[in-house]
Design a protein around this ligand. Structure first.
Ligand code: OOG
Ligand code: MG
Length: 259
């Protein structure tokens, strides 16, 4: 796969996002043998296109880190992508800005010092947390019906499209990240529950995976970046008019309306 083709596939994904028209996954007919390595090259090209368009990378994010997500998406390998400044959402999700948005409750971690894999351990991460926060990720796969294989979703920047972060920063000694529970309340009913343990047994393991995956590319995980560790429940489709409340045990509640 040459650089021109990689760039063209990345452009198709960016166009799908901009036009809000989902496309067929690449592995279905056009590139059935698309590898994970090629997919990360497409993701890099996509990030580059977004940068040239004026979007600023805020942080890497992890995805597919819980059994709930593996079962929902039929993919069982953690992946990473990147979030941009332009993806920030405050109190209202404007449904018409998306193709078919879903939300996921996540635990966010900010590191105190840069770390570089491979060889990073859970202890390394636990001893290096500046603070934690609650997060809601809005995912919006550029593929029809969220139908993708691992390589497709990697190329598509792990379906990233939006994020809401709690304003409050919580010190990590105020809670046990694995025991932290969450519930999604949609229009007054609890529709999903999960916990930090669902995320690779401990959300710090998600940062371990990230550091070790990026380390293989000679890249570091930087301090001060707000990193989402992956959905704690399966993702939930949202519709205009929905009133959403995400309640955690200790982390701040996040409320959002869908218009
Ligand atoms: C891929 C994105 C996964 C997560 O938290 O698991 C992700 C998808 O499910 O569309 O962000
Ligand atoms: Mg996510």
């Amino acid at each position: 796969m040459d650089n021109e083709l990689i760039h063209d596939i990345a452009s198709e994904l960016v166009n799908a996002e901009e036009n809000k028209v989902a496309i067929e996954r690449f592995t279905k007919e056009r590139y059935p043998d698309l590898t994970v390595e090629q997919a990360y090259h497409i993701q890099e090209a996509l990030i580059q296109i977004k940068r040239i368009d004026g979007h600023k990378v805020i942080a890497p994010k992890m995805g597919l880190t819980s059994k709930a997500k593996w079962e929902q998406m039929n993919v069982d390998t953690p992946i990473y992508g990147y979030i941009f400044d332009s993806m920030k959402v405050e109190d209202v999700i404007v449904h018409s800005n998306y193709i078919h948005p879903k939300i996921e409750p996540e635990i966010g971690i900010v590191l105190a010092e840069d770390i570089k894999g491979p060889g990073v351990t859970r202890e390394d991460v636990l001893n290096n947390i500046a603070y934690v926060f609650s997060a809601v990720e809005i995912i919006d796969s550029r593929y029809k019906d969220f139908d993708f294989k691992l390589s497709d979703v990697i190329a598509d920047n792990s379906s990233a499209k939006g994020y809401i972060f709690s304003k409050q920063k919580i010190q990590s000694d105020q809670l046990d990240l694995a025991k932290e529970k969450v519930e999604i309340v949609k229009n007054g009913s609890v529709i999903a529950t999960g916990s930090g343990k669902n995320v690779l047994n401990h959300p710090a393991e998600s940062i371990v995976e990230l550091a070790n995956m990026l380390g293989e590319q000679g890249q570091i995980v930087k301090k001060d970046e707000p990193i989402m560790t992956g959905g704690m429940t399966s993702a939930v489709l949202i519709e205009p008019g929905d009133v959403i409340e995400i309640n955690y045990t200790t982390l701040p509640t996040i409320k959002v309306d869908v218009k």
